[in-house]
Design a protein around this ligand. Structure first.
Ligand code: TYM
Length: 354
């Protein structure tokens, strides 16, 4: 994403569905941290409504939500600079979802990659647990559109896997405005630098439900175990480029090796990265040393986050109040948006504003 312009509204969220992994960090949080240093107004929320599409245990969702807040802060999100709230503390988002649903085509939602992936999984394994093909899952992008549009966001930093959902949000807003007048603010598109980090198993995407993640709270032994298990048995592929740019080189590598180089390019100094790239070109036997170096850089990166996560000051009992107070700061603009949509659609003001 390019840099924020003065006083822009930035919004993004993460589902509390387990510990944060490197895909979450470099796809999203890295941008959150950068943007909170600007004079943009940053809203970062914990998407607990969205997590209900996969989590069904009521205690688990509550625990994971509070844990997510601790991890946000441990990563460096500053509650003085960013407004950090819980999605469900802004229930008018659910009303906006309903209103936006009136202009959303089912066919559009059925083409969503998350929905299609789940559908394929259910077709492979019809006995899959829970209620995988819920109305909530199909409508996931509409709720996401409501999150974005309700605060009149100008820009939405997310990883590459969420690009389609963002485009859907912009389409839904454009359709609403076309039908009911220019009510909704359409965010500007993301830049080209949205990242998609592959999984440690070499698959296309690191993801919580794929069980292939490297986590920010992994201790050094876990990191080493996970990195050692990255598949690197395939022979190096020939490089047909003389550029050292990671974007050019990494896709040409066997998948497991590619993820190691991607991590190295994100974490290590450039000279270390280039040295290993030279070894790749030379075709020597170096994967053991590469894994050791990547594991060291990962553990060094995790250490301060783990320390801050366990800091008693980051674990006080007033978290619940903190989240609610922050949601109150977002509520005026959110209600204003919902009221404007209601009026535009002809159902008039709600009791909130009577
Ligand atoms: P979630 O929790 O699945 O992902 C949170 C963020 O992490 C990014 N991400 C990745 N980026 C790069 N490589 C990966 N392997 C990788 N895995 C995850 C995601 O792109 C995302 O930015 N639906 C959202 C949550 C949400 C939201 C919103 C975001 C709900 N409403 C409104 C923005 C605006 C999601 O993907 O959560």
């Amino acid at each position: 994403m390019s840099t924020a312009q003065s006083n822009e509204v930035i919004l993004s969220g993460i589902r509390p569905t387990g510990r944060l992994h490197y895909g979450n960090y470099f796809g999203a949080i890295w941008h959150f941290l950068r943007l909170q240093q600007t004079d943009a107004c940053c809203y970062y929320f914990i998407a607990d409504y969205h997590a209900l599409t996969t989590i069904t245990d009521r205690q688990e969702i509550y625990r994971a939500t509070l844990d997510m807040l601790r991890t946000y802060v441990a990563c460096g999100l500053d509650p003085e600079k960013s407004v950090i709230y819980r999605q469900s503390d802004l229930p008018c988002t659910a009303e906006l979802t309903l209103l936006l649903g009136m202009v959303t085509n089912i066919g559009h939602l059925e083409r969503g990659t998350t929905y299609k992936d789940k559908l394929a999984k259910v077709q492979d394994d019809p006995k899959i647990a829970g209620n995988p093909l819920s109305y909530g899952l199909l409508g996931y992008p509409v709720l996401m559109a409501a999150d974005i549009l309700i605060v009149r966001a100008d820009a939405v930093p997310v990883g590459d896997d969420q690009r389609q959902h963002l485009e859907m949000a912009c389409d839904i807003a454009a359709k609403f405005n076309h039908r009911f007048g220019e009510v909704l603010h359409i965010p500007r598109p993301l830049g080209r630098d949205a990242l998609r980090l592959p999984g440690l198993d070499g698959s296309e995407k690191m993801g919580k439900s794929e069980n292939n993640t490297l986590d920010l709270l992994d201790d050094p032994q876990t990191v080493l175990r996970k990195i050692k298990a990255v598949p690197t048995t395939t022979d190096p592929l020939p490089l047909d480029t003389d550029s050292d740019a990671p974007e050019v080189v990494i896709p040409k590598m066997p998948p497991g090796v590619g993820v190691l180089y991607r991590l190295l390019s994100l974490l290590a100094p450039e000279d270390v990265y280039l040295e290993f790239l030279g070894q790749y070109r030379a075709g020597g036997k170096f994967y053991g040393a590469l894994k050791k170096t990547v594991a060291e850089h990962v553990s060094n990166f995790n250490a301060p986050i783990i320390e801050k996560y366990h800091d008693p000051a980051n674990n006080d009992t007033s978290i619940e109040d903190f989240l609610r107070e922050n949601a109150k700061r977002v509520t005026p603009v959110a209600l204003e948006t919902v009221e404007a949509c209601r009026e535009a659609m002809g159902i008039g003001r709600s009791l909130y504003r009577a």
